[in-house]
Ligand binder design. Structure first.
Ligand SMILES: [Fe+2]
Ligand SMILES: [Fe+2]
Length: 140
Protein backbone atom coordinates (compact mmCIF):
# COMPACT_ATOMS: atom_id res chain seq x y z
CA UNK A 1 0.00 0.00 0.00
CA UNK A 2 1.22 3.45 -0.84
CA UNK A 3 0.90 5.64 2.24
CA UNK A 4 1.30 8.92 0.45
CA UNK A 5 -0.89 8.69 -2.59
CA UNK A 6 -2.75 11.87 -3.49
CA UNK A 7 -6.31 11.18 -4.64
CA UNK A 8 -9.38 13.17 -5.65
CA UNK A 9 -10.57 13.06 -2.00
CA UNK A 10 -7.75 15.52 -1.35
CA UNK A 11 -8.72 17.85 -4.21
CA UNK A 12 -9.24 21.49 -3.27
CA UNK A 13 -10.26 22.48 -6.83
CA UNK A 14 -7.70 25.26 -6.84
CA UNK A 15 -5.26 24.02 -9.48
CA UNK A 16 -1.96 25.39 -8.19
CA UNK A 17 -2.77 24.34 -4.60
CA UNK A 18 -3.60 20.82 -5.83
CA UNK A 19 -0.34 20.69 -7.79
CA UNK A 20 1.61 21.71 -4.67
CA UNK A 21 -0.17 19.05 -2.62
CA UNK A 22 0.68 16.42 -5.20
CA UNK A 23 4.31 17.47 -5.04
CA UNK A 24 4.33 17.19 -1.22
CA UNK A 25 2.66 13.75 -1.31
CA UNK A 26 5.20 12.62 -3.91
CA UNK A 27 8.17 13.80 -1.81
CA UNK A 28 6.76 12.23 1.37
CA UNK A 29 6.36 8.99 -0.64
CA UNK A 30 9.94 9.29 -1.87
CA UNK A 31 11.14 9.66 1.72
CA UNK A 32 9.06 6.65 2.73
CA UNK A 33 10.48 4.50 -0.09
CA UNK A 34 14.04 5.58 0.71
CA UNK A 35 13.52 4.72 4.36
CA UNK A 36 12.09 1.27 3.48
CA UNK A 37 15.08 0.65 1.19
CA UNK A 38 17.41 1.45 4.10
CA UNK A 39 18.90 4.55 2.46
CA UNK A 40 21.75 6.21 4.39
CA UNK A 41 21.14 9.34 6.49
CA UNK A 42 22.52 11.84 3.90
CA UNK A 43 20.05 10.55 1.30
CA UNK A 44 17.10 10.84 3.73
CA UNK A 45 18.32 14.28 4.74
CA UNK A 46 18.47 15.41 1.11
CA UNK A 47 14.86 14.33 0.44
CA UNK A 48 13.70 15.85 3.72
CA UNK A 49 15.29 19.18 2.80
CA UNK A 50 13.36 19.19 -0.48
CA UNK A 51 10.18 18.31 1.42
CA UNK A 52 10.77 21.16 3.88
CA UNK A 53 11.30 23.64 1.02
CA UNK A 54 8.14 22.41 -0.68
CA UNK A 55 6.11 22.70 2.52
CA UNK A 56 7.38 26.20 3.23
CA UNK A 57 6.56 27.49 -0.29
CA UNK A 58 3.15 25.88 -0.09
CA UNK A 59 2.29 27.10 3.42
CA UNK A 60 3.26 30.66 2.48
CA UNK A 61 1.11 30.40 -0.62
CA UNK A 62 -1.96 29.26 1.34
CA UNK A 63 -1.38 31.85 4.04
CA UNK A 64 -1.15 34.62 1.41
CA UNK A 65 -4.33 33.35 -0.19
CA UNK A 66 -6.20 33.31 3.14
CA UNK A 67 -5.07 36.82 4.03
CA UNK A 68 -6.14 38.10 0.62
CA UNK A 69 -9.77 37.12 1.39
CA UNK A 70 -9.69 37.96 5.14
CA UNK A 71 -10.27 34.32 5.94
CA UNK A 72 -12.06 34.27 9.33
CA UNK A 73 -10.26 31.20 10.73
CA UNK A 74 -6.80 32.07 9.41
CA UNK A 75 -5.17 31.66 12.86
CA UNK A 76 -6.56 28.16 13.33
CA UNK A 77 -5.28 27.09 9.90
CA UNK A 78 -1.88 28.75 10.34
CA UNK A 79 -1.42 27.07 13.73
CA UNK A 80 -1.67 23.70 11.96
CA UNK A 81 1.04 24.79 9.49
CA UNK A 82 3.19 26.00 12.40
CA UNK A 83 2.95 22.57 14.05
CA UNK A 84 4.52 21.05 10.94
CA UNK A 85 7.17 23.77 10.68
CA UNK A 86 8.14 23.06 14.29
CA UNK A 87 8.17 19.32 13.80
CA UNK A 88 10.34 19.55 10.66
CA UNK A 89 12.83 21.79 12.47
CA UNK A 90 12.97 19.25 15.26
CA UNK A 91 13.41 16.20 13.03
CA UNK A 92 15.98 17.45 10.54
CA UNK A 93 18.93 17.27 13.01
CA UNK A 94 17.69 13.88 14.29
CA UNK A 95 17.71 12.50 10.75
CA UNK A 96 21.06 14.17 10.02
CA UNK A 97 22.59 12.43 13.01
CA UNK A 98 21.38 9.06 11.68
CA UNK A 99 18.95 8.32 14.53
CA UNK A 100 17.15 5.19 13.25
CA UNK A 101 13.70 6.04 14.70
CA UNK A 102 13.64 9.60 13.35
CA UNK A 103 12.43 8.96 9.78
CA UNK A 104 9.76 6.37 10.75
CA UNK A 105 8.39 8.67 13.47
CA UNK A 106 8.23 11.65 11.15
CA UNK A 107 6.57 9.60 8.41
CA UNK A 108 4.05 8.19 10.85
CA UNK A 109 3.08 11.74 11.78
CA UNK A 110 2.76 12.75 8.12
CA UNK A 111 0.79 9.66 7.16
CA UNK A 112 -2.25 11.03 9.01
CA UNK A 113 -1.46 14.75 9.12
CA UNK A 114 -1.25 15.24 5.33
CA UNK A 115 -4.57 13.59 4.58
CA UNK A 116 -6.31 15.07 7.59
CA UNK A 117 -5.14 18.62 6.94
CA UNK A 118 -5.73 18.48 3.19
CA UNK A 119 -9.17 16.87 3.36
CA UNK A 120 -10.55 19.08 6.09
CA UNK A 121 -8.56 22.25 6.75
CA UNK A 122 -7.42 22.97 3.19
CA UNK A 123 -10.76 22.06 1.66
CA UNK A 124 -12.56 24.42 4.07
CA UNK A 125 -10.16 27.15 2.99
CA UNK A 126 -10.59 26.44 -0.70
CA UNK A 127 -14.40 26.44 -0.43
CA UNK A 128 -14.23 29.87 1.19
CA UNK A 129 -11.75 31.20 -1.38
CA UNK A 130 -13.82 29.90 -4.31
CA UNK A 131 -17.05 31.38 -2.87
CA UNK A 132 -15.29 34.67 -2.34
CA UNK A 133 -14.11 34.68 -5.97
CA UNK A 134 -17.65 33.91 -7.16
CA UNK A 135 -19.15 36.69 -5.01
CA UNK A 136 -16.58 39.14 -6.39
CA UNK A 137 -17.40 38.10 -9.95
CA UNK A 138 -21.13 38.66 -9.36
CA UNK A 139 -20.50 42.04 -7.73
CA UNK A 140 -18.35 43.37 -10.57
FE1 LIG B 1 -3.02 24.30 4.80
FE1 LIG C 1 -2.14 22.60 1.92
Amino acid sequence: MRLFKWSKTEATFIDDIDAEHQDIFRLAGELHQAMLAGAPAPRLQEILKRLIASFERHFRHEERLMRSVDYPIYDWHKRQHDTVRKRLRLFLPRIESGEPEAAPLLLEFFSWWLKDHTRLTDRMMSAYVRNHARAMAVAS
